[in-house]
Design a binder for this molecule. Structure first.
Ligand code: NAP
Length: 319
């Protein structure tokens, strides 16, 4: 495994981070048992992953807590989050929800607590009314660092994060980034690098990369809308060249490697409920960058797209 500093938090994190939400939720999403889900987490940690991301909304905090008890707590970086919808939420609500998360995790502290999926419309309430409670919890040692995550599907232009990365108290952000959603390359990473804000990348491999039929459907619609050149469909799969010419083992391999080597990417989150996918994804994240001409082609063909592949959890059409 390779490790790096997460912004200026002082945390040393694995470049591959296990996402315990998304569509798979460690396997809970398709009915796996608690113990099977714990085994997925342990497979990742035994391969050197020390970054685990969970959330109240995923229902996986207990699983992460149970898996964490097999390891030295100091070795792990545990990130969780809660959704606060608007003006009814107060500083007291935040304190109560952090305490409840710690209880579910069975931990005295979390390394990062995030406000989850924050809309541009409620950003100021989070910053001015709710964040002071997190700052107090940080002083008490219950939360080591303060994070904020965007809602990819509802804020594809990343308006909320464009503000947050210029302001206190956010030390870490979670953002959508992939080879078909490259906006952060120009709009977010230059600032997070300059201000040393840690970045956690999600949607790196979502349905659009793991499901070929869905990818073809979405791409055909983009061609119809004039957003993609029809030539991308000439070989059937618009990303087929990543394997045939780019030397990638698979589309998911290419998608992980594309994001991993982006300047400004700290942790590449991968969501799965499958132990073989844990191993494959870590291997991909540790492989060298895609060849420069392939990256140039990805920038030229898809660099103008916004919000592609940012589906909400749930079944999608396709194989
Ligand atoms: N707003 C937010 O804060 C937010 C939003 C979204 C995600 N997240 C975080 O980011 C993490 C990652 O989410 P994501 O959107 O990137 O992914 P995701 O929704 O978990 O999607 C990954 C999908 O790809 C499949 N997959 C994974 N590895 C594969 C492989 N090697 N081959 C084929 N299929 C593979 C998974 O299915 P299998 O189970 O079959 O592997 C899963 O269906 C989440 O777990 C969560 O921690 C946060």
């Amino acid at each position: 495994m390779e490790y790096r500093s997460l912004g200026k938090t002082g945390l040393n994190v694995s470049v591959a981070g296990l996402g315990c939400g998304g569509n798979s939720r460690l396997g809970l999403g398709r009915g796996a048992s608690f113990d099977d889900c714990v085994a997925v987490v342990r497979t990742a940690v035994d391969l050197g992953v020390n970054f685990l991301d969970t959330a109240e909304a995923y229902g996986t905090e207990e699983i992460v807590g149970a898996a964490a008890r097999s390891y030295n707590r100091d070795r792990l970086v545990i990130s969780t989050k809660a959704i606060f919808r608007g003006a009814d939420d107060t500083a007291e609500t935040v304190t109560r929800r952090v305490d409840a998360a710690l209880q579910r995790l069975g931990l005295d502290y979390v390394d990062i607590f995030h406000f989850h999926a924050v809309n541009p419309a409620t950003y100021e309430h989070h910053r001015d009314v709710l964040a002071p409670a997190l700052i107090k919890l940080k002083e008490q040692g219950k939360v080591r660092h303060i994070g904020i995550t965007e809602t990819g599907p509802r804020d594809p232009e990343q308006k909320m994060l464009a503000r947050a990365i210029e302001e206190a108290p956010w030390e870490v952000i979670m953002l959508a980034y992939s080879l078909m959603n490259q906006g952060a390359r120009l709009n977010i990473f230059p600032t997070t690098r300059r201000r040393e804000i840690g970045t956690l990348l999600m949607f790196v491999v979502r349905n659009i990369f793991s499901n070929a039929a869905y990818r073809r459907d979405v791409s055909a619609k983009l061609v119809e809308q004039g957003l993609l050149d029809a030539s991308v469909l000439s070989d059937g799969d618009p990303l087929g060249f990543l394997v045939s010419e780019g030397g990638a083992e698979s589309i998911t391999d290419a998608a992980y490697r594309y994001a991993r080597h982006e300047q400004g990417a700290d942790v590449i989150l991968f969501g799965t409920g499958n132990k073989d996918h844990v191993r494959a994804n870590i291997d991909s994240i540790l492989r060298p960058p895609l060849p420069p001409p392939v990256i140039e082609r990805l920038h030229a063909s898809f660099g103008h797209l916004t919000g592609v592949g940012l589906d909400l959890p749930g079944p999608v059409k396709g194989a």
